[in-house]
Write a protein that binds this ligand. Structure first.
Ligand code: NAP
Ligand code: ZN
Length: 352
C-alpha cells in the first residue's frame, strides 16, 4: 500500500477537504496512473451527498471521480497494453466478474458484480474504492482505456462518463441521419449528447430550462432549441421525435416529453434524479411509445467512443478548475451553471 493525496467528503453535508488515502501497489496486471484531469459528474454530487441512499448508500469518507485521464507511472509484470509514460483513462468501472454473459459480450456495464470506481467494496484493500479526485489511481489494465493523442486532455476526461453515457444509448437506439432526436438538459451529459447526435447526422433539438444556453446549444450542434417552460414552443413538436435522451439531474415532468414522441418513439433516461418520476399510462398507450434507461457503456464501446472522438475531434467543453474550487463547483452544478463540464486540473493537488 502507498499513500495518495485526495479530496474527500466525510458526510452528506460536509464540504470537500484534503486527505490522504491508501492505494494498493500495482499487481502483475495493474497500471498505476498519475491523474492529470478528472471531470466532475453530477453523479459525484448525488453520491457525495448520499442522494442515492436507497440504491447505493454512500460510505464515508468518499472520494468521487470517474472521468479520469492521466499518465502511466508504473505497470505490473504482465501488463501488455500500456507502458510507463503512456496516456491512459479510467471511467466508471474498475472491475467486474469478467465471466458472466454480459462481460463475455463486452457489456460490462450490465455485469451483476461490478466494482465501480468509487464507493464500492474494494477487493484489494478491504475498504471501498476511491475515485479520481486524487493524484493517482491503480487499476487492472483491462479497465484502462487508451486516449487518442490528438485530443486536449482536460476536455477528454469527461468523455469517460458524460461521453460514453450519451454515445451508447444513441448507438443502441439507432440515432442516424434522417432521425429527429431530442436532448433534454444542457449540462455535462446533455452537451455531449448534442455533439454526438449532430455527429451521427440526426436532426438535433435541445430542450433547456436555461434561456441563456440557447446560443451555445446551436454552436454545439443543435438544429433547434426549445425552452421547455414555454408550452407553445413545446406543442410545436408534438408527436415528432424518434428518440429523446433525458439527461436531467433533478425532478421534472417526463410526460411533457412522452407526448413529443412519434409512434414507436423512445424516451431514454440517462439522468438519475433522487426521486421517482411519475408517468401517465395513456401517454404511452397511444403511439406504442417506450420509456427506457441506459447506464454508461461497456469497455469495447468506451474505447470505440474515444476513438470516434479522436477521429472527429470531439471533446467536452470544459471549465478547468483547481481542486480547491470543488465545493464552489458543486454549488454551481446545482444551479445548472456549468459550461459544460468542470474538469479538475490535478496538478493543483500537489500544493496540498
Ligand atoms: P449537470 O451537468 O448538472 O446537468 C444537468 C442539467 O439538467 C442541467 O444543466 C439543466 O439543464 C438540467 N436541469 C437541472 N435541474 C433541472 C430541473 N429542476 N428541471 C429541468 N431541468 C433541470 O449533470 P450531468 O453530470 O450531466 O448529469 C445529469 C444526470 O445524469 C445526473 O442525474 C447524473 O447522476 C446522471 N448520470 C447518469 C449516468 C448513467 O450512467 N446513466 C452517468 C452519468 C450521469 P438546462 O439548464 O439545459 O435545463
Ligand atoms: Zn458520471
Amino acid at each position: 500500500m502507498y499513500q495518495a493525496k485526495a479530496y474527500s467528503v466525510s458526510s452528506a453535508t460536509s464540504a470537500f477537504a484534503p486527505t490522504t488515502i491508501s492505494r494498493r501497489e500495482p499487481t502483475d496486471t495493474d497500471v498505476q496512473i498519475e491523474i492529470l484531469f478528472c471531470g466532475i459528474c453530477h453523479s459525484d454530487l448525488h453520491q457525495a451527498r448520499n442522494e442515492w441512499k436507497e440504491f447505493m448508500p454512500t460510505v464515508y469518507p468518499c472520494v468521487p471521480g470517474h472521468e479520469i485521464v492521466g499518465r502511466v507511472t508504473k505497470v505490473g509484470s504482465s501488463v501488455a497494453k500500456f507502458k510507463v509514460g503512456d496516456l491512459a483513462a479510467v471511467g466508471c468501472l474498475v472491475d467486474t466478474d469478467r465471466t458472466c454473459p454480459e462481460c463475455l459480450a463486452g457489456l460490462e456495464q450490465f455485469c451483476p458484480n461490478p466494482t465501480l470506481t468509487y464507493n464500492f467494496p474494494d477487493k484489494h484493500t478491504g475498504g471501498v474504492t476511491y475515485g479520481g479526485y486524487s493524484d493517482s489511481v491503480v487499476v487492472d489494465e483491462r479497465f484502462v482505456l487508451r486516449v487518442p493523442s490528438n485530443l486536449d486532455l482536460a476536455a477528454t476526461a469527461p468523455l469517460l462518463c458524460a461521453g460514453i453515457t450519451t454515445y451508447s444509448p444513441m448507438r443502441h437506439w439507432g440515432v442516424t441521419k434522417g432521425k429527429k432526436v431530442g436532448i433534454v438538459g444542457l449540462g455535462g451529459l446533455g452537451h455531449m449528447g448534442v455533439k454526438f447526435a449532430h455527429a451521427f447526422g440526426a436532426h438535433t433539438v435541445v430542450f433547456t430550462t436555461s434561456p441563456n444556453k440557447k446560443d451555445d446549444a446551436l454552436r454545439l450542434g443543435a438544429d433547434e432549441v426549445v425552452l421547455s417552460k414555454d408550452a407553445n414552443d413545446m406543442a410545436k413538436h408534438a408527436s415528432s421525435f424518434d428518440f429523446i435522451l433525458d439527461a436531467v439531474s433533478a425532478d421534472h415532468d417526463l410526460n411533457a416529453y412522452i407526448q413529443l414522441l412519434r409512434r414507436d418513439g423512445t424516451l431514454t433516461l440517462v439522468g438519475a434524479p433522487e426521486k421517482p418520476l411519475p408517468i401517465a399510462a395513456f401517454g404511452l398507450l397511444f403511439g406504442r411509445k417506450s420509456v427506457s434507461g441506459s447506464p454508461i457503456g461497456g469497455l469495447p464501446e468506451t474505447q470505440e467512443m474515444l476513438d470516434f472522438c479522436g477521429d472527429h475531434n470531439i471533446t467536452s467543453d470544459v471549465e478547468v478548475i483547481p481542486i480547491q474550487k470543488v465545493n464552489e463547483a458543486y454549488e454551481r452544478l446545482l444551479k445548472s451553471d456549468v459550461k459544460y463540464r468542470f474538469s479538475i486540473d490535478m496538478a493543483s493537488l500537489k500544493s496540498e
